[in-house]
Design a protein around this ligand. Structure first.
Ligand code: NDP
Ligand code: 8X3
Length: 253
């Protein structure tokens, strides 16, 4: 196993949760990190905390022009991205498909799918031309196992899973690896966002069970990227020990 010195790691959604934990992990291990998100104050705080090896980019991933402009704007010392972590994403609502807000569905698609592919498209040519790279996409167990209210969120994560495999297909023979990391329940701001700022509904999600932590997921991403160069970890699914699978639903009269 190598360590992260000599890497430039571009992490989307670094202002909270998994992204912030990954920023700390890679920076502590000697990487340069490029941290993105919409909350500029949090990016500034991370820069103050983590020091000179940090460059921040403040943009909304739903704005594809802003994505390409942000990647173009990188100063030379941060432009040779060797690891891209496509982490920014969100769930909005848990209503049924017949009552869910179209605007929530559109925001999830614009962020989890359109934003993720834009960052990938902006960063990938540099990786291919340098013949060095690793893209880690944040999928979810929700992309594999359906649950009530998971409708469009789960479908966006199924896209992330398949996009990751298809990237592998396109990149075979090039020195660019692709991994999809697919966690289950982990306590971050995810549920606060999902329930539109309702902190008590969000904390109920994790009541009486031990969820995973952002550090657990950061360790997993780090592990996949630090495997020797001839190994590609395709997919990692991880869950809290206290979480498992539902039985099939059967409606009876
Ligand atoms: P958090 O809500 O804690 O963090 C989400 C991050 O995404 C924030 O930094 C946020 O930054 C960023 N983000 C969201 N929307 C945008 C946007 N439009 N433009 C730029 N950045 C954006 O959630 P998690 O850390 O839990 O989630 C990270 C990823 O992991 C997501 O893709 C999520 O779907 C996935 N995931 C989460 C699980 C969980 O249980 N927590 C389980 C499985 C997968 P800002 O608001 O500053 O823009
Ligand atoms: C988040 C995990 O189980 O809340 O992607 O859908 S779950």
């Amino acid at each position: 196993m190598s360590n992260a010195a000599g890497h430039t790691v571009f992490i989307t959604g670094a202002t909270a949760g998994f992204g912030a934990a990954m920023a700390r992990k890679y920076a502590a291990d000697g990487a340069k990190v490029v941290l993105t998100g919409r909350r500029a104050d949090r990016l500034d705080a991370l820069k103050t905390e983590l020091g000179d090896n940090v460059h921040t980019l403040n943009f909304d991933i739903q704005d594809q022009d802003a994505v390409f402009a942000a990647v173009e704007s990188l100063p030379a010392e941060f432009s040779d991205i060797s690891i891209l972590v496509n982490n920014a994403g969100l769930a909005m609502g848990m209503g049924g498909a017949d009552t869910a807000e179209m605007s929530d569905w559109n925001t999830m698609i614009a962020t989890n799918i359109s934003g993720l592919i834009a960052v990938t498209r902006a960063v990938l040519p540099g990786m291919v031309s340098r013949d060095r790279g690793h893209i880690v996409n944040l999928g979810s167990v929700a992309g594999t196992y359906p649950y009530p209210g998971g409708n469009v969120y789960g479908a966006t994560k199924a896209f992330v899973h398949q996009f990751s495999l298809n990237l592998r297909a396109d990149l075979v023979g090039k020195n660019v690896r692709v991994t999809c990391v697919e966690p289950g329940m982990a306590e971050t701001e995810f549920s606060v966002v999902r329930f539109d700022g309702d902190a008590s509904k969000a904390s109920d999600v994790y009541k009486g069970m031990k969820p995973m932590t952002p550090q657990d997921v950061a360790e997993t991403v780090y592990w996949a990227t630090m495997m020797p160069a001839h190994v590609n970890v395709n997919t990692v699914e991880l869950m809290a020990t206290m979480q498992a699978f539902a039985p099939f639903a059967v409606h009876r009269d």
